[in-house]
Design a protein around this ligand. Sequence first.
Ligand SMILES: [Zn+2]
Length: 421
Amino acid sequence: MRLPRFLSKHIPGFYVKDFKEWLKKDLIEIYIDHEESNKPRCHRCKSLLKGITGRYPQKIQTMPLFKYKTFLILKRRKGNCPSCNKIRSEYLDFISPETPHLTQEYSWWLGRMCEISAVSRVGELVGIDKMTMWRLDFSRLRRMFQNYKIPNVHRISVDEVYARRKKYSTHESRDKRFFTIICDLDTRRVIWVSESREKAALDEFFKVIGPKRCQEIEVVAMDQHDSYKLSVEEHCPMATVVWDRFHIMQNFNQAVDEDRKWIHRYLTSGEMKRLTRGKFKRLFVKKSTNRTRLENRHINDVLKDNEEFAYLELIKEGMHQLYDSQDEYEAWEKFNQLGEWIKQCPHFYELKKWWKNFNQGWNTFKNYFYYPVSSSLSEGQNNVIKTLKRRGYGYRNMPYFKLKILQVCGFLNSKYVPMNF
Ligand SMILES: [Zn+2]
């Protein structure tokens, strides 16, 4: 029996010898055999095999037909390869590069599902055990990574993500347990991941793209990490460093919350203490326009009775307004006003430290008003990576986790790498 056209396109050089079905087991087996014109080639070097020394049965799972699990069964030939000087199995172009037990299409489809769901869940769905699925996904990712090219970028962001809790050695520093994530601000995708959050991690990226492409980078957004800044200054002296608004606000909110604690500690009235802790504490860092009416009324009640909380609110709103400034000079004025307010209160220990620190970094901060880099990116990507981590219940294999980030948040997936069959 000759193959229908669609099948012969996918398994060229074969004809169907037999067809078995077990309807109760939801199983179909298609027995195929070589056409006479089909000459065996070495699966490693693809040169013609001389003399067939044997055949062995090979069962290859392919896409299900309707609801039936479908297998192709053939006798795979072995022969002497003159260039390898070894007995080799024949090359079959329709089997998956990852495993001889799946066809290319089926393994591509499984990999496609691993891009959008947890590997264990995909295994559950198709009846393949978790470890096999994992190995499949990993080797597919490694294969895709071999052809991976970092796109041309002009504006990037650098960020850190906590990757693992386990220490590999007792002297290992905490920095090693982070990943450095590099995003393209224009396509909003992750383009590189390197281990640790030290300077070397970012150096690695600049070395991979080479000095010529480093020259093309105009803006690098980052948190107030000195190690990243040093790396940018070394490799891309022309690039402007901008502090990410998301991280600045994160640090600022932390200082506000610490000082709320201090004020709270020195409160004497029990009612005031109750109103400024527990579920209410997050209200003090929330922007007033983001609060509900009820929340605003609650805050107003507190502010009426306590001058320090009134200053805290003033400072927090002032910081939000700082970002609305038209230029660096307007922002500088607002920033100095913030400093005046902070001085008013004896309990603003953290804010005083924060202000001093920020004052020192003003020369970098002011770049924001020339390159107003949006902060939603690192915030968003951070969340996606956290979700990914939860989906896999944490990753023990760091190279795999790195590739997985590039797959889910970057370009290492079937949307960007077309299938090659
Ligand atoms: Zn060979």
